[in-house]
Write a protein that binds this ligand. Structure first.
Ligand SMILES: Cc1cn([C@H]2C[C@H](O)[C@@H](COP(=O)(O)OP(=O)(O)OP(=O)(O)O)O2)c(=O)[nH]c1=O
Length: 191
């Protein structure tokens, strides 16, 4: 079986490497990521992962892995900020509060689609203007759901998480290994 990573996220490539997997090809999907009116974060995230997998063409001997990470403030979806102004508004909203990070994965092969989603709780300290200004200046918020990345300088803002660290970064490795194995990708090579 050939493994296709249906993602342009360098984080997902790195996380996959932690399973000892190097994709045979990377095929980033191009879909409309606009949430529907009133769509809640978890169903939105699951829909995104599924639509990404549906958008990637595969041959009968290929398995494609797609994922979506969404930050949820209550019923509100915080996606990737379009610009620094939006990133600041996200950080203002997250400051001093607990939020959820949902990552959904979808694995598609000739025998169908398998999906999982993982929700983690993350607490962010109360941020001062100096901290927000300083963090925005690093540019690390770009392309990150909610306008921060737990694996970068924003980790100094996060005293506590409950859930899966790899899921917050972009790919829940436990569930990813399960779905890929079920689809015929060998994780632990036999001698
Ligand atoms: C919350 C959080 C998100 N992120 C990243 C992971 C994802 O790359 C990104 C969320 O955007 P996604 O839409 O999930 O993914 P993407 O657009 O980067 O890539 P693709 O659709 O091609 O798979 O936010 C972090 O790196 N660290 C974090 O702590």
């Amino acid at each position: 079986m050939r493994l296709i990573l249906g993602s342009g996220s360098p984080r997902r490539l790195d996380l996959l490497a932690q399973l000892g997997l190097v994709p045979d090809e990377v095929r980033p999907p191009d879909i409309d990521e606009t949430p529907r009116m009133g769509e809640l974060p978890r169903p939105y995230c699951a829909r995104m992962a599924r639509e990404k997998a549906e958008a990637v063409e595969i041959a009968p001997d290929e398995v494609v892995l797609c994922a979506d990470t969404t930050v949820a403030m209550g019923r509100r979806v915080l996606g990737k900020p379009a610009d620094e102004v939006e990133a600041r508004s996200f950080l203002d909203a997250l400051s001093g509060r607990r939020h959820m990070v949902v990552t959904a994965i979808a694995v598609k092969s000739a025998d169908g689609m398998r999906q999982r989603e993982v929700t983690s709780a993350v607490r962010m300290k109360r941020l001062s203007k100096t901290e927000i200004d300083g963090y925005l200046a690093t540019g690390d918020w770009r392309g990150k759901a909610g306008g921060y990345a737990i694996q970068g300088p924003a980790s100094t803002f996060i005293p506590w998480i409950s859930g899966s660290h790899s899921a917050v970064v972009g790919l829940p490795l436990h569930e990813t290994a399960q779905l890929l194995s079920a689809a015929g990708i060998m994780i632990w090579p036999t001698a």
